[in-house]
Write a protein that binds this ligand. Structure first.
Ligand code: NAP
Length: 256
């Protein structure tokens, strides 16, 4: 029986790269998306034409009913979940100064980036506890896609920073709670990655990178993040849990 991964927001960007890279290693992948059915179908077709197994599942992870259906449909399709990748996330629809940010945006971003992943993880963890070991003997795992924004202030998207800081503690909490069951929890923390999410600030970030912002002076690619997730999923860190892997060209380093 193959290994089964549920990748939230697997239709585009970083999530798509993760879904494709896992499928290449033989994982069956549930490709979740919110509203972009065509992109999700393209990801699924790309996996299938390379000989892999995947299925697109629509669900808004900020909604409790959708999360429940997402888990049920994944289990119906594949029978188990060995790896949950909490990748789906959103930037604020409007970049508003911290003193102007509205409660509506705060609620939406926190519900999508923190509350949704938290309660989805709770639900999947209960399933994993029933089957904490994969068919190849490796442990079940959860990988959260955090962000450098967990520790980097951006005053024009404070709600995003708060959501990712919260995810950092979410990683620690589930790592602690699930260790006794042999389930491993990690966070992959990307820096500036070239996707639809960062397209709106491309020129600004181009200038900042050219000006020396990053030790490794280039934009990150979705595939850079996917490589870290696959390394974890394939068992590269068996005696680590709660670990944060930075995929940010060294941006998190303090420099003088
Ligand atoms: P993206 O290109 O905008 O793709 C977002 C993905 O998440 C899409 O598949 C989208 O599906 C899905 N999604 C959004 N809201 C959802 C919801 N409520 N329910 C289910 N799916 C939802 O974003 P990305 O750049 O790949 O980012 C992926 C993750 O990496 C996010 O958690 C983001 O915060 C994090 N990250 C990104 C960067 C970066 O520089 N790009 C840096 C650090 C961290 P639909 O298309 O159907 O809406």
């Amino acid at each position: 029986m193959s290994k089964v991964a549920l990748v939230t927001g697997g239709s585009r960007g970083i999530g798509r790269a993760i879904a494709l890279a896992l499928a290449e290693k033989g994982w069956s992948v549930a490709v979740n998306y919110r509203s972009g059915a065509q992109a999700a179908e393209e990801t699924v077709q790309a996996i299938r034409s390379a000989g892999g197994t995947a299925r697109a599942i629509q669900a808004d992870i900020s909604l409790a009913e959708d999360r429940k259906r997402l888990v049920q449909e994944t289990l119906t399709a594949f029978g188990r979940i060995d790896l949950l990748v909490n990748n789906a996330g959103m930037a604020p629809r409007v970049r508003a100064d911290l003193l102007e940010m509205g409660e509506e945006s705060y609620d939406e971003v926190l519900a999508t980036n923190l509350k949704g992943p938290f309660f989805l993880t709770q639900m999947v963890a209960r399933q994993m506890i029933e089957r904490p070991t994969r068919s190849d003997g490796a442990p079940a795992m959860i990988v959260n896609i955090g962000s450098t924004s967990a520790t980097t202030s951006s005053t024009s998207r404070g709600e995003y920073c708060l959501s990712k800081a919260g995810m950092g503690m979410m990683t620690a909490l589930f790592a602690d709670r699930l260790a006794a069951h042999g389930i491993l929890v990690y966070e992959v923390r990307p820096g500036i990655i070239e996707t639809d999410m960062t397209a709106v600030v491309q020129e600004k970030y181009d200038r900042m990178i050219e000006g020396g912002l990053l030790p490794l002076s280039r934009w990150g690619k979705a595939e850079d993040v996917a490589r870290a997730v696959v390394a974890i999923a394939e068992g590269a860190l068996p005696y680590s849990t709660g670990e944060i892997i930075h995929v940010d060209g060294g941006f998190h380093l303090r420099r003088l």
